[in-house]
Design a protein. Structure first.
Length: 336
């Protein structure tokens, strides 16, 4: 069994509306491409398409097929067929030397295989378990750090600390969190949620009340009173770029890390979420708001693309995939 795999998980929905059917090919699109280690879905798509997120269309996939996973490995050959007038891709398996069309199927992956995600894992891996949006009082009842045996205000990785007991005695791995700023809708002023700061991780060494923990990782200074939540989230990186099924008109309301200008592979927070029709993998175009000159409103200027990778009810986190200028707070996001 192959040790290294490029795993393209096609699990999103793609609305194949009439205005989205046109595929714009790269002028130098190759007739064939050999998949190599380190490739991503977005990278491979960009070799053939000017709009990489339209990958499922060039494979001629329907919604049922997009929901099922398909796997591509280093050594496989992707072939571009232009003969019918509508460009289509097929896959020539390097291992079995046969051409196959993408179709629904199930494949069991060996746990020792290292799947490579559809977008750069290094760009979002740290953020998947870190940014949180919660209601204002969501952490009130969570276990809290009481302090160390020594009288110290600042704690970090390697320190032994005590904390109040958790409700579930089976939990031994924790995320260390601290309530953060309110996320407000710039359009209505309504509070959409509260961003929770990720500070690190801890492991219970001795259960009880108080319980004794060891801080195993710290990305910020940890203090008495910081809260604990079970570190039980798991993520599959099953993203495929697709257009939202509903019309989206939102804004960038925050940037992870508090930076003012966000470049490629930076994380932004949007004031639209699941209730608005966004899901993981949804692609949105970013626009700079047009200036007003002599009382004339100039049109908005498109500046890049973002892809949603984590969705909450009222907000979502998105990765800046392409940009010809920096993304800033209050930039507009719309359907691509």
């Amino acid at each position: 069994m192959r040790k290294l795999a490029l795993s393209l998980f096609l699990t999103g929905f793609l609305a194949l509306s009439s205005h989205a059917d046109e595929l714009k090919m790269q002028a130098n699109a190759p007739d064939r491409y050999v998949v190599v280690k380190g490739d991503t879905l977005w990278d491979i798509s960009g070799k053939f398409l000017k709009d990489p997120w339209k990958w499922p269309q060039i494979w001629g996939m329907n919604k049922a097929e997009i929901k099922n996973p398909h796997w591509i490995y280093p050594g496989d050959v992707i072939v571009l067929d232009r003969s019918s007038g509508t460009p289509r891709l097929s896959l020539y398996k390097g291992e079995s030397s046969r051409t196959v069309r993408l179709s629904p199927k199930v494949r069991v992956e060996d746990a020792t295989e290292q799947g490579i995600p559809a977008i750069p894992a290094s760009s979002i891996n740290a953020f998947l378990s870190q940014p949180f949006v919660m209601d204002e009082n969501a952490l009130n009842d969570a276990p809290r750090i009481l302090g160390a045996q020594e009288d110290r205000m600042i704690l970090g990785a390697g320190d032994q600390v005590y904390a109040t007991n958790g409700r579930d005695a089976s939990v031994s791995n924790w995320k260390i969190l601290r309530p953060g700023k309110a996320l407000k809708d710039p359009e209505t002023g309504a509070v959409l949620g509260y961003e929770v700061m990720y500070l690190g991780e801890a492991h219970t060494e001795l259960a009880g009340d108080p319980q004794r923990l060891r801080i195993t990782r710290s990305s910020e200074e940890i203090q008495n009173g910081d809260r604990l939540l079970p570190a039980s989230d798991t993520y599959s990186f099953r993203y495929v770029p697709h257009a939202p099924e509903r019309d989206i008109n939102g804004q960038v309301i925050s940037a992870y890390g508090g930076v003012a200008e966000i470049g490629q592979y930076g994380t932004v927070v949007l004031n639209r979420g699941a209730r608005d029709g966004l899901d993981e993998g949804a692609v949105l175009a970013v626009y700079k708001k047009g200036n007003i000159i002599d009382k004339v409103q100039l049109p908005d200027a498109r500046s890049g693309l973002v892809m949603v990778y984590r969705v909450f009810d009222k907000v979502s986190y998105a990765l800046v995939m392409q940009t010809n200028r920096s993304v800033n707070l209050l930039d507009v996001v719309r359907n691509p």
